[in-house]
Design a protein. Structure first.
Length: 298
């Protein structure tokens, strides 16, 4: 009998199928009819019954204890952030009302972006919608770092022009893992993004099925900068305190590196320009939308 899978059940199955017997000290016996570990092997490693684990993976048990979840995390070799995500799936905390993602950026953060005229930086939300961009960041990735743009949708849309496939794949996997870790599955905007990509993109479906979940904190990314070609930058993302689900990301290069030289050039190139916000971008579109409605009505 088919059983509706829960997010917890889907996560357990995905992580089980990624592990190989050798990863957990089990001697491989060929042939194996399932990818990764068998359910009974995970249950034995976690010290629970195979029947109980089967109920969890089929979505028929919704209240595993903290001890069981910790044991499953160890059995599946989950890192600390994946363990946090596992516990959150099993025991989600819901507010009395759905929490809407805040769209406006605080004045203090906007002033900080203005002061960082020497460093490319932008603000995004938990769904990876861009909320504010300072001039060097807008120049670093024109058409991509734009208030109102969704970074994931743009990443999949523009992948043909993304340069090296390996860098595109690794950075996209990081973005998907961060979306899964930070976003609220009940958020209509989250559902809209995942739904649109699921319908039209096989590569997205493959990556999303891995169920990676971790915060996006630091890494490297290659960007095609006008006048310089492909440059690999370092980036750092910080969660904005006091605001749920907003993040500040900066780009930089090690002293003496090509990336550091480009960052300095971008600062000079954009001197005197203003930081753009989502509110300003929407306001600039309003007159055009009003004009279009008037034309259609005549």
């Amino acid at each position: 009998m088919a059983t509706g899978r829960t997010p917890l059940a889907e996560f357990l199955r995905a992580r089980r199928e990624l592990l190989q017997p050798e990863d957990v000290g089990i001697e491989r016996d060929e042939p194996r009819r399932v990818p990764g570990l068998r359910r009974e092997e995970v249950a034995a490693l976690a010290g629970i019954s195979a029947e109980y684990y089967l109920r969890l993976e089929q979505g028929r048990d919704h209240q595993p204890s903290e001890q069981v979840l910790s044991a499953l995390g160890r059995a599946l070799l989950l890192d600390e952030t994946s363990q946090v995500y596992l516990h959150r799936l099993a025991h989600p905390v819901r507010a009395a009302r759905p929490v809407r993602t805040r769209r406006g950026v605080g004045d203090g953060v906007l002033r900080l972006l203005e002061q960082w005229s020497h460093t490319p930086a932008y603000v995004s939300d938990r769904n990876q919608d861009v909320l504010a961009v300072n001039p060097p960041a807008a120049e670093l990735a024109p058409g991509y770092l734009v208030p109102g743009n969704n970074l994931l949708l743009a990443t999949f849309r523009e992948r043909a022009a993304a340069g090296r496939k390996d860098l595109w794949t690794s950075s996209t996997l990081d973005m998907l893992a961060a979306l899964r870790f930070h976003a609220d599955p009940a958020d209509p905007r989250f559902q809209e993004i995942v739904g649109s990509l699921s319908v039209g993109d096989r590569e997205f479906r493959r990556m999303w099925a891995l169920h990676d979940a971790r915060p996006q904190t630091t890494g490297t990314i290659a960007s095609l900068v006008d006048g310089f070609g492909w440059i690999e930058f370092r980036w750092q993302t910080l969660e904005i305190p006091g605001v749920s689900g907003q993040f500040l990301t900066t780009f930089f290069g090690d002293p003496g590196s090509e990336a550091a030289t480009v960052v300095q050039a971008l600062a000079v190139r954009t001197r005197g320009r203003r930081t753009r916000t989502l509110d300003e971008a929407q306001a600039s579109l309003a007159p055009a939308a009003t004009s279009a409605r008037r034309v259609s009505a005549t």
